[in-house]
Design a protein around this ligand. Structure first.
Ligand code: NAD
Length: 282
């Protein structure tokens, strides 16, 4: 088994973004909004800010209290939409219960939607005319590309159908000519379907859900899931120590798909800057 090293590939991607920004002498800016005190969200936001600093992207953080009213958050998004010095806007999900995730996503100017969650960008994704990329799925594709694994004609089984991971993952795999099966909590015979896969992307969020008996010999396994074990350590969907005996390629958790997500976010912020400055088609 060979490791798909997300930490190393993400560094290469971020370095390329940093070099382009330095060469052109530009200063893209990402605004990150965090509502509430979710500790995992805090870690994600900190990691995104760190990556911005590395790349030479200016980052602005807006931290709002847990009880923030939806109108207040939407007002902040309106301000950031209008601010020409802000190129990317990201509201860290999940948001507290009184706020509708849908409304938040819909309010962000699609040209500044660096998460690629806005309906306009999702539509562009499915019709193949996208510039901003869904971060986690595009990170998976970048990992495969780095190691020369071409999905063309392969059977890719995606486990999970969320708007953030599963569905856009299927779109990117289709775009690259994979045959795609999307599985989810109501899928019957998940194991049998997985055993027909060349590539498995697991985005369930249950520790050690993907057991070795579900993985065909020689498969490529991309483990997007992140769970925290009772002892505080992070764990993916794959039962790593056993799956590694079957898979040809496997991502570790941490250090696999997670860092790639942030690397694509940096690429998207640079792309958003270019869309807004007219360097790429609007
Ligand atoms: P989600 O809860 O929205 O979706 C989980 C999916 O798993 C659902 O579509 C559900 O149908 C499916 N599922 C649940 N039980 C199942 C079962 N028994 N059999 C088959 N499918 C089943 O979660 P999400 O936002 O898509 O995230 C999934 C995981 O990926 C989480 O652990 C999350 O933390 C992680 N994640 C990681 C990154 C990253 O950067 N690496 C980014 C986003 C999400």
């Amino acid at each position: 088994m060979q490791i798909l090293d997300g930490k190393a590939v993400s560094l290469a991607v971020k370095t390329a973004v940093r070099d382009e920004i330095a060469k052109e002498g530009i200063a893209p800016c990402l605004a990150v909004i965090l509502v509430g005190n979710d500790p995992a969200s805090r870690v994600y936001v900190n990691n995104k800010k760190k990556a911005c600093a590395f790349c030479g992207i200016r980052s602005l953080e807006f931290t709002l209290p847990e009880n923030t009213a939806q109108e207040e958050l939407l007002g902040l998004i309106d301000d950031l939409n209008r601010d020409e010095t802000v190129n990317g806007i990201l509201c860290q999900l999940p948001v507290p219960k009184q706020i509708s995730e849908k409304e938040v996503i819909a309010r962000i100017n699609p040209k500044k939607d660096v998460d690629c969650f806005h309906n306009e960008n999702v539509g562009r994704l499915w019709t193949g005319s996208f510039r901003l990329k869904p971060c986690t799925p595009a990170g998976v594709m970048a990992l495969l590309d780095h190691y020369g694994i071409d999905p063309d004609g392969k059977h890719c089984v995606v486990i999970g159908r969320s708007n953030i991971v599963g569905k856009p993952m299927a779109a990117l795999m289709l775009e690259r000519n994979a045959t795609v099966t999307v599985c989810h909590s109501r899928t019957r015979n998940l194991k049998e379907i997985c055993l027909q896969a060349d590539i498995i992307v697991s985005a369930v969020g249950k520790a050690r859900f993907l057991t070795a008996d579900m993985v065909p010999e020689g498969a490529v396994v991309l483990d997007v899931g992140i769970s925290r074990l009772p002892d505080g350590t992070l764990c993916g969907d794959a039962d790593f120590d056993k799956v590694k005996e079957k898979a040809a390629w496997l991502t570790p958790v941490p250090g696999g798909c997670g860092p790639m997500t942030i690397a694509v976010l940096m690429q998207n912020t640079l792309t958003a800057y270019r869309i807004q400055t007219g360097a790429v088609g609007k």
